[in-house]
Design a protein around this ligand. Structure first.
Ligand SMILES: *[C@@H]1O[C@H](CO)[C@@H](O)[C@H](O)[C@H]1NC(C)=O
Ligand SMILES: *[C@@H]1O[C@H](CO)[C@@H](O)[C@H](O)[C@H]1NC(C)=O
Ligand SMILES: *[C@@H]1O[C@H](CO)[C@@H](O)[C@H](O)[C@H]1NC(C)=O
Ligand SMILES: *[C@@H]1O[C@H](CO)[C@@H](O)[C@H](O)[C@H]1NC(C)=O
Ligand SMILES: *[C@@H]1O[C@H](CO)[C@@H](O)[C@H](O)[C@H]1NC(C)=O
Ligand SMILES: *[C@@H]1O[C@H](CO)[C@@H](O)[C@H](O)[C@H]1NC(C)=O
Length: 509
């Protein structure tokens, strides 16, 4: 045997979990899947029942665009800002191209199933659970078709798009517009909201179970500022705020939003591998109603495409309807300058207002957590969250495969300061995620008599890696104090490690 050169090693491990402050990288969403109601319906209801009439679409598409607006919706601006085409409605079979997502929203959709037909109440039969069923079918059947290639590889999303996609939700307004809420006691309203939001949470959990990891959730807008709510009811002066919006309806919307926010907070705990962004569209829209002139708008409560009444709105002669005036048949048309208006048809917003709202919310100013749209895949990890802790513990017993040249004794990693995790569970491996975004060095000096090794298996590190379904950056350095030429360092970035994946090993070359 030749001379054994004594070497001592120190292993430096840097573990960084992607979070908004640390990982300021864009998410590169390849697709959007949207579930919702008219505020994000890009043509589903129009294709299923009667087409939206002219002058819908007048400002942007210059033809009927299938949307309840004179132009684009917030979802259109979202898609374009992410470099994606407009998201095609699942229900529209004409010129369908779903390569970058699909839109399951329809106008009139509710979270809970409606008890009436669309012909009685106007509520869409495609409630949120139906949309989820359509998404499930779409996911399964599109992959079947995609894998048979041919033209479908250009018309349907790739398999991995479903986990990398942005899932957007804009629904709830139609669940709370019914008049009977105004007669309910606070307790009755609360019980109803619980039923609605339980249903909402169940749908998101289902999408998560199918691999959805990035959720962008709009709350509901200030209902009480819309002409279709204001016109038919005689609100007293003290029921209207300084803008002229109906306080009882806006309070109901805010009540719903508060509960929606709580639901999202709970979802973050229950579904720890996903990023949830709650977007306060209500406040953005209300700011616009409050100070329209400041942002280049006028007559905030007046309807652009409508006729008659205090708000240029008549529920029986709506935008695009044919009416007879002085014996002449005419169409209920648009105002001169829709780009200076907020309200398009009494219920929905103009292209200009939608663009304005999009610009307000895109950078995260109205979001919780406050991260921009393009980074909405990043998750703020709360290390105290019980679900994250449970998750870490769950995978602790898993270890890497034994290696032909593994270290003779198990490597024990120590943390310079006890983390909340190891403090509570002293038997857990001391490798832990740093509580702050700063990188936390973990050191260990190997016994001096061992030869340099090319392969390292670090059981506890392996289990920690498998435990997160999110981006992880790992730097492993092998430093030889007596022979610097043997020192090595390598950085690995691992994305979206599936929960069922096998332990990862780190090899230094
Ligand atoms: C539909 O009717 C059922 C039974 O009366 C009721 O429990 C449910 O709340 C109703 N749904 C809606 C959306 O009103
Ligand atoms: C569908 O849209 C994508 C993206 O815009 C495009 O690359 C693809 O060629 C389209 N498919 C067909 C068949 O036109
Ligand atoms: C609400 O209560 C008022 C007064 O009791 C009644 O006239 C009205 O019909 C009720 N509205 C609904 C939707 O139940
Ligand atoms: C609202 O008030 C006006 C004027 O007071 C009255 O003419 C109208 O009938 C009222 N409408 C309803 C729905 O009560
Ligand atoms: C939503 O809930 C979070 C956590 O409780 C809170 O910090 C935030 O202010 C809430 N956002 C809104 C718009 O209510
Ligand atoms: C982190 O989670 C714990 C436990 O659920 C909670 O008490 C704490 O407020 C959370 N911290 C943040 C910043 O959300």
């Amino acid at each position: 045997m030749g001379a054994i050169i004594p070497l001592s090693f120190s292993i430096l491990l840097l573990l960084a979990v992607s979070n908004p402050t640390l990982a300021s990288k864009d998410c590169d969403f390849p697709a959007i899947f949207n579930l919702g109601a008219s505020n994000s319906d890009t043509g589903g209801l129009s294709a299923s029942f009667t087409p939206v009439p002219w002058p819908y679409g007048i400002s942007y598409f210059h033809m009927q665009g299938g949307r309840y607006s004179d132009g684009r919706l917030i979802i259109d601006f979202i898609a374009n800002s992410l470099g994606l085409p407009f998201i095609h409605p699942y229900l529209d079979s004409i010129r369908a191209n779903f390569s970058h997502g699909a839109n399951f929203a329809t106008a009139g959709s509710t979270i809970r199933r409606p008890n009436t037909t669309i012909f009685q109440s106007g509520l869409s039969p495609f409630s949120l659970d139906v949309q989820l069923g359509q998404f499930n079918q779409f996911k399964k059947r599109s992959q079947w078709a995609y894998n048979r290639e041919g033209v479908f590889t250009e018309l349907l999303p790739k398999g991995d798009f479903f986990s990398r996609a942005l899932y957007t939700f804009d629904i709830g307004q139609n669940d709370i517009t019914a008049d009977y809420y105004l007669n309910m006691t606070a307790a009755q309203v609360s019980a109803t909201l619980t039923a609605i939001l339980d249903k909402f949470a169940a749908v998101l959990k289902d999408v998560y179970e199918q691999g959805g990891r990035s959720f962008w959730i709009h709350n509901t807008g200030p209902l009480g500022c819309l002409a279709f709510v204001l016109d038919p009811r005689n609100f007293t002066k003290d029921q209207l705020d300084q803008v002229g919006c109906a306080i009882p309806l806006n309070e109901l919307a805010q009540n719903f939003n508060k509960r929606l926010n709580q639901t999202v907070v709970q979802l973050r705990k229950d579904l720890p591998l996903a990023a949830f962004t709650y977007v306060d569209v209500y406040s953005a829209k209300y700011n616009l109603f409050k100070q329209p002139e400041k942002y280049g708008f006028e007559h905030p409560l007046m309807v652009c495409c409508g006729t008659g009444g205090k708000y240029n709105f008549n529920g029986n002669a709506r935008c695009g309807d044919f009416i007879v005036v002085n014996g002449i048949e005419t169409i209920v048309g648009a105002c001169k300058d829709p780009s200076a208006r907020i309200n398009w048809d009494g219920v929905h917003y103009t292209d200009a207002a939608n663009e304005w709202v999009f610009k307000q919310i895109a950078d995260g100013a109205f979001s919780n957590p406050p991260i921009p749209l393009r980074m909405a895949c990043h998750k703020e990890i709360n290390h105290s969250t019980p679900a994250i802790r449970r998750h870490l513990r769950l995978v602790q017993p898993r270890a890497c495969e034994p290696s032909p040249i593994s270290p003779p004794s198990p490597i024990s990693l120590t943390h310079p300061s006890p983390s909340p995790l190891s403090a509570e569970n002293p038997r857990s491996p001391s490798l832990s995620i740093p509580p702050s975004p700063s990188l936390s060095p973990l050191r260990r000096a190997a016994p001096a008599e061992h030869q340099p090794r090319r392969t390292l298996h670090i059981p506890h590190l392996c289990t920690s890696l498998v435990s997160f379904g999110i981006s992880l950056t790992l730097t492993v350095s092998l430093a030889s104090t007596s022979s610097p030429s043997l020192s090595r360092s390598r950085t690995h970035t691992l994305r979206e490690i599936p929960e069922e994946s096998e332990a990862q090993t780190v090899t230094l070359k």
